[in-house]
Write a new protein. Structure first.
Length: 459
């Protein structure tokens, strides 16, 4: 079946000699407890399971190379309908199926084509797992993402070049119309992906819905020497961008939360003599309708006009199933600030639907896969949409991959990075490998060091 799926693609005159075959996939899991809970979407998360993958690829001439990747199994975010243990167990079961399917793929191909051939098989495998409801496509993408990334990493290392360079016309046998639509006929990823990383990316600091803002409201101190409140984090990392998690079900609370954060931030920034900070607002789909968002924008503008002016963009305000309520258009809201899709973005079809409904931006995420992230980055640029790179509390290799995407996609506004806040133990050792990414003092992550082969990660 996997072979037939691949061979059903339009035939190449000659398969590029650079194509590689998957020789081995080695999975593993690591569990970490958070130093403090992270509340979003109405739920608190206090732990994470990392899905780590090592991969070996080879060329027809026998040359081979290894790559690796990791990603949190973000079950609370990607599969919120069922309990934590049930969804985590399902994702681990699915991960085993994905690894088996990938091992069984025997064709020589580019990572983009391996992903294109296997994603339907991954989705079929997800449907086979018996649960009270089907595993969402987003959850399948998250589960498969480190496998896809490890293949990209190994492919770049096999050719001694950056994974972002080997996705261009020199290495890929099909144009973007093959992966997206006819509007991309004759175009390739190297028209949309920079061959060298931007030297730095603005870092977004997250403030969860239950995070303490000052020492006065710190109820459960971790006592580990790291900052524990927003007013402490701002000088510690030189924070210049703050992502605010909102409830979406209590308008007064949401407006007051932003206004209070603005007061705390203004005080902390004044002490360091800084004036150029910004906010993003994330409702995690919890607004009941667009009217709630419009009312929120109007009230915030009245209560805290300075805070409103500092809002850079608003993220996924209403439910991820856009087709279920086509009346929740974002045209009016997006006139005030860019409104970006996050949970809704699972492919070009959802990007185009969101665009039809007035969304003006996209949140790219490594947890949806390296292949998908690069293709959606190209589409976002084609359609002139606002671009940002969001987190899944990504530590270690996952953060390096996220930073790579942000640094290679032109026009990326910022990169969210919150593992340092909630699960810094999972970053152990990575600070020495990539100090510019993991040790931030002025609010910006240094990404100019992401020039090695593959994704730049080393295990």
């Amino acid at each position: 079946m996997k072979r037939r799926t691949f061979l059903a693609m339009p035939a190449l005159l000659a398969s590029p000699p650079t194509d590689a075959r998957v020789d081995e996939i080695v999975p593993g899991f690591k569990d970490y407890l958070y130093r403090a809970p992270y509340k979003f979407g109405g739920k608190e998360v206090d732990r994470v399971t990392l899905f780590e993958v090592r991969c070996r690829l080879s060329l027809r001439n026998g040359k081979s190379a290894e790559g690796g990747a990791a990603m949190p199994l973000g079950n609370v975010w990607s599969f919120p309908e069922l309990t934590y243990d049930v969804t985590l167990g399902a994702m681990k079961q699915l991960a085993a199926k994905i690894v088996s399917l990938t091992r069984g793929f025997s064709e020589y191909a580019h990572p983009l084509d391996i992903h294109r051939a296997l994603e339907p098989e991954y989705l079929n495998a997800a449907r086979e797992i018996q649960l009270p409801m089907p595993i969402p496509k987003l959850c399948t993408q998250v589960t498969a993402s480190p496998v896809d990334a490890a293949i990209h990493d190994a492919f770049g290392k096999l050719h001694g070049r950056s994974s972002y360079v080997v996705c261009g016309k020199e290495f890929v046998g099909y144009d973007l119309a093959h992966y997206l639509n006819e509007e991309f006929r004759g175009e390739y990823l190297d028209q949309y992906i920079a061959p060298r990383p931007a030297p730095r990316i603005r870092m977004y600091h997250s403030v969860g819905a239950s995070d303490p803002l000052t020492r006065a409201n710190l109820k459960r101190p971790a006592g580990d020497g790291l900052p524990e409140t927003l007013e402490e984090w701002i000088p510690y990392n030189g924070v210049t961008a703050i992502k605010i998690k909102l409830n979406g079900s209590d308008l007064e609370w949401d407006v007051d939360r932003v206004a209070t954060i603005d007061r705390v931030a203004a005080s902390a920034q004044a002490k360091r003599g800084f004036t150029g900070w910004v906010y993003s607002l994330d409702f995690n789909e919890r607004c009941p309708n667009v009217e709630y968002l419009l009312d929120f924008e109007r009230r915030l503008k009245l209560k805290a006009p300075t805070a409103f002016e500092l809002v850079q963009y608003i993220e996924q305000p209403t439910a991820r199933d856009l087709a279920a309520n086509r009346r929740n258009t974002m045209f009016e809201a997006a006139k005030l600030r860019p409104v970006v899709i996050d949970e809704s973005l699972t492919g070009l079809d959802t990007l185009l639907l969101a665009r039809e409904m007035g969304y003006t931006g996209v949140a790219l995420k490594a947890c949806k896969g390296q292949s998908a992230s690069l293709l959606m980055a190209a589409a976002a640029q084609k359609y002139k949409m606002f671009r940002c790179v969001q987190d899944l509390t990504c530590p270690g290799a996952a953060l390096v991959q996220s930073a790579g995407i942000a640094a290679h996609v032109p026009g990326t506004s910022a990169l969210e990075s919150n593992a340092r806040e909630y699960v810094p133990a999972a970053n152990a050792g990575w600070e020495k490998k990539f100090p510019g990414i993991f040790i931030v003092k002025d609010g910006w992550m240094r990404t100019d060091g992401l020039t090695g082969p593959g994704l730049g990660t080393t295990f």
